[in-house]
Design a binder for this molecule. Structure first.
Ligand code: HEC
Length: 449
């Protein structure tokens, strides 16, 4: 794992954590707190969560731009790469939507004389959280499988957020009650009854959607132990079981003691301790989720092993086109050559040659759409058109105008598009960059005199 990957995992985890906790604060107000009264700490906690979510979203976007473009930081962080990621990748569009949602939520919660948060705030926080599912592995799947996976990822996130986030106000109201606050003490039995309903519903949803998710991303028991993704997932499940054990103790032993006023003080402080422990374990799960997001799903990692060759052969055999049809890898190797030649033609201001190479690149992507529209279940044909259209168009304009600066900018955009497709097609390890030396020595790149 390189530094960008490590930073990406950390930033993702912090962002998930803040978004989950934010939603849970509102879920507590709406579903647990008697009379839907927010606790006195709500606006401070929500403010922190929103700020953290915002800062980590920006960091995530910049890291993703570096990751997708394969450019060194100084260039990747240029406005062009970032705007390409925002405008042309699914990740970017989802992040734009989420930035808007977060801003609306901030206005709703913090405008002067804001009323207690209601369903609208809960809905916005829920959308902010649920849309994260569109940045994960499930978003790459298509058709019915894609719909099932997205739905289950969404349910997983919303349930985890409602439960994890609600632990915070729960611990706070318990602490107030323990310190002798009469109102808080009076609400405790109702709070505990409602929280345990919320908890059971969330745990059930987390369990079911987690199994669905693992079914698709892991695929086999072997993958659970033999791949990095599988091992991380096993760790996540282990942490979740520890949380379930704590939750069972709370419900079966501590809650009845508090309600029946048997050693109420002792039971309450034990419950606060367990709640904080659950919160800690829950945040541990979120840290693992940060790593999972940058790890190739196990089902894919194993498929890319020895079985991969057979799979490829099968794909060739089932292609309807008569005669020899190049595989996607072969078309890509040609694209790689054209990409490099295009750069040196442009750098030498040989606009005629650049125009020619650009046409070749276009034809190469057309070949992908025509000959290899699907690759390992990913609709690469459709993606090739969508992702490369804008940078190819920009290159075309730059070449027509003989504008070297615009050429370099749009070339980097094209490179970012190459890389974002690789990532979307689970081939993020193939990273393209500006070439440093001409790919061949037997061709002249400078214009003829
Ligand atoms: C439509 C999505 C998509 C786009 C756009 C795309 N690629 Fe690829 N590329 C792939 C996939 C998928 C593979 C893996 C193919 C395989 O598994 O054989 C790949 C593989 C490659 C490889 C590895 C080939 C090999 O066998 O070593 C290179 C190099 C490559 N691409 C270069 C590029 C360049 C350069 C661009 C942009 C000009 C580009 N790709 C744009 C999807 C894409």
């Amino acid at each position: 794992m390189d530094a960008v990957d490590a930073a990406l995992a950390a930033v993702r985890a912090a962002h998930f954590g803040a978004t989950l906790l934010l939603f849970g604060q509102l879920a507590y107000v709406l579903a647990v707190s008697p009379g839907r009264r927010p606790g006195p700490e709500l606006s401070r906690i929500a403010g922190w969560c929103l700020c953290t979510a915002f800062v980590t979203a920006l960091a995530w976007l910049l890291l993703e731009a570096m990751h997708m473009s394969g450019l060194p930081a100084a260039q990747a962080l240029g406005a062009d790469t970032v705007s390409t990621v925002l405008a042309q990748t699914q990740f970017g569009k989802v992040m734009l939507f989420r930035l808007a949602t977060g801003a609306a939520l901030a206005v709703l919660l913090f405008r002067p004389a804001a009323a207690a948060p209601g369903a609208a705030a809960g809905g916005l926080a829920g959308a902010l959280l649920a849309a994260l599912a569109l940045t994960g592995h499930a978003a790459d799947a298509r058709g019915a499988e894609g719909a099932v996976r997205l739905l289950s990822d969404t349910a997983h996130l919303v349930a985890a957020g409602a439960w994890l986030g609600a632990l915070v106000p729960l611990a706070l109201v318990l602490r107030r009650a323990l310190r002798g606050d009469e109102t808080s003490r009076g609400e405790i039995p109702r709070v505990l009854a409602r929280f345990s309903m919320l908890g059971i519903a969330c745990m059930a949803l987390i369990l079911v959607s987690g199994v669905v998710n693992a079914w698709y991303t892991v695929g086999s028991v072997a993958a659970l132990t033999q791949t990095q993704y599988g091992r991380l997932l096993a760790l996540k499940v282990l942490l979740f079981w520890a949380i379930l054990v704590l939750a069972a103790i709370n419900r079966a032993i501590l809650t009845p003691r508090i309600v029946a006023r048997r050693d109420q003080e002792g039971a309450m402080s034990a419950l606060i301790r367990n709640t904080l422990l659950e919160l800690g374990l829950g945040l541990g799960v979120v840290a693992v989720v940060g790593l999972l997001g940058i790890t190739a799903p196990a089902s894919h990692a194993l498929a890319a092993g020895p079985a991969h060759e057979g799979h490829e052969a099968h794909e060739h055999a089932s292609t309807p086109a008569a005669g020899y049809t190049p595989g996607l890898g072969e078309i890509m190797t040609l694209q790689q050559m054209r990409h490099a030649k295009l750069w040196f033609a442009g750098a030498a201001r040989n606009w005629e040659l650049a125009d020619y190479e650009l046409d070749e690149l276009r034809e190469g992507f057309d070949d992908v759409a025509r000959l290899r529209p699907m690759h390992e279940g990913v609709p690469v044909g459709e993606m090739a058109g969508k992702l490369t259209a804008a940078p190819l168009q920009a290159l075309d304009e730059a070449i027509k105008k003989k504008d070297a600066a615009a050429f370099a900018r749009s070339f980097d955009q094209l490179t970012a598009a190459c890389n974002s497709c690789h990532r979307a097609a689970q081939h993020g390890f193939i990273r393209i960059q500006r070439p440093a030396a001409p790919p061949v020595s037997n061709q002249v790149f400078s214009p003829a005199k």
